[in-house]
Write a protein that binds this ligand. Structure first.
Ligand code: GLY
Length: 364
């Protein structure tokens, strides 16, 4: 496959989509039309549309991409001012908005937002169990000791804050969390838990939960992809070999479970029917494999990324300029919604294709 041609197709499609969706913050789409999360400003995916536009701006230029991305960043200030809206997903929200803006334009206002978000994320650290708390209190205290594998992707916000402030505390918190994730989430076979519950006072590991996967002990594919990419990113920022080993273990599990079709199910342990898929897991894992291949020099990971991206490009991409979303057949969770587009799938697919042609802006 000629990946430059795929990148051109993405560019042409997104040129149409961005003009049609100015002022929106898309999450999913119905009948080819993006929805809008502007009124749900703290939603965890609200950075991805901006990130997609920044990636295209960084690779090809285009003021419409830049202004669409900047508009989202400004809207997100309402989330920064909402203590109940702030949670572990600050990396997803501000690395792809403020972080990207700072990387590409040196904006001082964006650097300020990045550091405010990092301070909030650092404040979620629980020193008893050495983990960053996931979701906020729903009034019953149940989630005070919950941590999730997805949070590995938010740690780069802390690594970046240490680089920007010459203050090691952010990095130390991130590494404590990554160490906990390695010990408490990664199973002997290389699969990962989605949710691990700790006693928030003693820090003792209590149990794990199936979360968005098929069930307890199963292997939710997006969680597996977060682990592959997240541990790789912690390695890239710290050079701690344990993280590289964890990423390789999670990657080996993922690769050995890729079906013949190259399309990724919602959970590697799900029954054959219904055959729920998650294109977002494939796109995220592709990014992780490409970085892992670069870090280790092992071409097996690059080949796995290309296999997943080939399947997505051939079977799950809609390059038509009259439809907003790019990737089809994502699952929010095993139990649904399934078979829908999700903006983060479009983001990571684009990031992966740009990595392949050497035009990506590294935002993590
Ligand atoms: N971070 C939430 C998810 O992956 O669905």
């Amino acid at each position: 496959m000629k990946w430059e041609t795929v990148a051109e197709k993405i560019l042409e499609k997104e040129r149409c989509a961005v003009r049609r969706n100015l002022g929106k913050i898309p999450y999913t789409a119905e009948k080819g039309v993006f929805d809008d999360k502007t009124s749900d400003i703290s939603w965890w995916t609200n950075g991805f549309w901006a990130g997609l536009n920044w990636q295209l701006y960084g690779a090809f230029g285009g003021e419409t991409f830049r202004s669409a991305a900047e508009a989202v960043e400004q809207e997100l200030d309402r989330s920064l001012m909402d203590a109940q809206g702030m949670d572990h997903d600050s990396g997803f929200k501000w690395l792809l908005t403020a972080g990207a803006n700072f990387a590409l334009t040196d904006s001082g206002a964006s650097k300020n937002r990045l550091l405010l978000a990092a301070n909030d994320l650092a404040g979620r650290f629980n020193p008893a169990g050495n983990f960053i708390r996931a979701w906020n209190d729903k009034g019953d205290g149940e989630t005070a000791g919950w941590a999730i594998i997805d949070c590995m992707m938010n740690l780069p916000l802390l690594y970046r804050a240490s680089e920007l402030t010459n203050d090691p505390r952010y990095r130390l918190i991130a590494m404590r969390h990554a160490d906990t994730a390695r010990a408490a989430f990664l199973r002997a076979d290389g699969s990962v838990c989605h949710i691990v519950c700790f006693d928030p006072v003693t820090g003792a590991r209590l149990n794990s939960l199936g979360g968005q996967g098929y069930g307890h002990g199963s292997a939710w594919t997006r969680g597996q992809a977060w682990a592959v990419y997240g541990f790789t990113l912690s390695y890239l920022h710290t050079k701690k070999e344990d993280y590289l080993a964890a990423a390789e273990k999670a990657a080996t599990y993922f690769i050995s479970h890729i079906p013949e079709s190259g399309l990724i199910p919602a959970d590697f342990c799900q029954p054959p029917s219904p055959a729920y898929e998650d294109s977002s897991a494939a796109a995220i894992a592709s990014c992780g494999f490409l970085e892992l291949s670069r870090a280790t020099g092992n071409e097996v990971y690059r080949a796995a990324a290309k296999r997943l991206l080939f399947a997505l490009t051939e079977k799950r991409c809609n390059f038509g300029g009259d439809s907003d979303p790019l990737l089809e057949n994502c699952s929010v969770a095993y139990r649904g919604p399934n078979g829908i587009p999700l903006i983060y799938a479009d983001y990571f697919y684009t990031e992966a294709i740009l990595k392949l042609i050497g035009k990506e802006t590294f935002l993590w």
